[in-house]
Design a protein around this ligand. Structure first.
Ligand code: PLP
Length: 375
């Protein structure tokens, strides 16, 4: 596919955040965005990298009324060789298409997903912050733009990718989170949208999260909607437990998002010969393990935090300390190992890293090779 590249003139580019320790998450965006249109009759067209800015949408656009939209989240990291690492981006592309299928949105060529990200990095690589733990967050999104307020699947769609620098998730070291079991609300039901990264799931979680925070907790531990017995996810992360030396995690499926971070953690654990079991663990089994002292650790896994250790769990008015309220050694080991691969500090035996070398970086890194290629 041909991309139109409309770079923002250098004099009109926005200033980058100065203090990388104050970056936070999701408030700053880089100069460019990628957009591409789809119509039921014409397919995909108008792939463009241009200035980041407001979208023109009619108020009747289907997405605003019926939530026909999906997204992805991944990060670009600077590696020590002076180029850029993406972590398993094809897995994001594949999941994006699975989400699209569930929301009756069009499929997107995985190659175009990758090329869109790479074209953005070509222009905006200077937006990738430099300190360890920081990165450029990448948000591919698809929305139903057709102006029509009758309920139907859109025949006009917009795909876009925006990026923005994000800070280290744990600037002062690992902070274990306090979580509360949610018994009032559900995140995803059988046959629902739980396996898709789509807006409605997060809209459904907002009140629950607000109430949890008001009660003094960091996040919600979601149980299954049908029986409120099985543990599913924590906030918008997957959850893992270490019980009697074994790592146990509920399998991804209809109501549990297939997280790439968790999948990577499981592959690492298996490579270390840590026993791993994926099955639907009940809250009762978890509390029984706490009671007999075999619940050793609990941690969330997701792109934003990488690993989020759980220090305390609340259920039906009682609180349970996990790993003495500290970060467990296994959570820390997984966190460090994933970060080291993402930042290119350690070899990647799994083939997870997709290296991107913008032209400007290639010239800086290898002037000899470039000169040789020209002659
Ligand atoms: C994105 C997300 C995750 C984590 O997925 P990663 O691929 O590891 O970032 C887990 N649960 C939910 C509900 C999510 O939206």
């Amino acid at each position: 596919m041909e991309f139109k590249i409309n770079p923002v003139p250098p004099g009109e580019r926005r200033s980058k955040p100065g203090d990388e320790t104050k970056l936070g998450f999701g408030r700053t965006y880089s100069d460019h965005m990628f957009t591409m249109k789809w119509t039921a009759d014409g397919g995909w067209s108008d792939a463009t990298v241009g200035r980041y800015g407001a979208l023109a949408l009619e108020p009747s656009a289907l997405v605003l009324h019926y939530g026909q939209t999906i997204f992805e989240g991944l990060k670009a990291y600077r590696n020590p060789h002076g180029s850029i690492n993406l972590f398993r981006p094809r897995a994001n592309a594949a999941r994006f298409n699975r989400s699209a299928a569930r929301l009756d949105l069009p499929q997107l060529d995985e190659q175009v997903f990758m090329q869109g990200i790479e074209a953005l990095l070509e222009l905006d690589h200077e937006w990738i912050p430099r300190s360890r733990g920081t990165s450029l967050y990448i948000r591919p999104t698809m929305i139903a733009t057709e102006p029509y307020i009758g309920l139907k699947s859109a025949s006009q769609v917009l795909f876009f990718i925006i990026t923005g620098p994000v800070g280290a998730y744990y600037p002062e070291g690992f902070n274990p989170i306090r979580i509360t079991v949610c018994e009032k609300y559900s995140r995803a039901g059988p046959g629902g949208l739980g396996s898709a990264k789509t807006a409605a799931n997060y809209a459904a979680s907002l009140v629950a999260e607000k109430e949890a925070i008001k009660a003094g907790y960091t996040q919600v531990l979601w149980l299954d909607a049908a029986s409120r017995k099985y543990v599913e996810e924590v906030g918008s992360m997957n959850i893992l437990f270490k019980i009697a030396g074994k790592v146990i995690t509920p399998p991804a499926g209809e109501t549990i998002l297939a997280g790439i971070t968790k999948d990577s953690a499981l592959q690492l654990l298996k490579s270390w010969n840590v026993p791993v079991e994926e099955y639907r663990i009940t809250i009762d089994e978890l509390l029984a393990a706490h009671a007999d002292g075999t619940l050793e650790e609990a941690f969330g896994a997701g792109t934003a935090a990488v690993i989020s250790p759980v220090g305390q769990l609340e259920y039906k008015g009682a609180t349970y300390e996990v790993a003495d309220g500290q970060t467990g050694p296994l959570a820390r080991k997984v966190f460090e190992a994933l970060m080291a691969i993402q930042y290119g500090e350690q070899p990647d035996p799994f083939g997870w890293i997709h290296e991107v070398v913008p032209a400007q970086m290639a010239q800086r890194a290898a002037p000899v090779a470039v000169a040789a290629a020209k002659s």
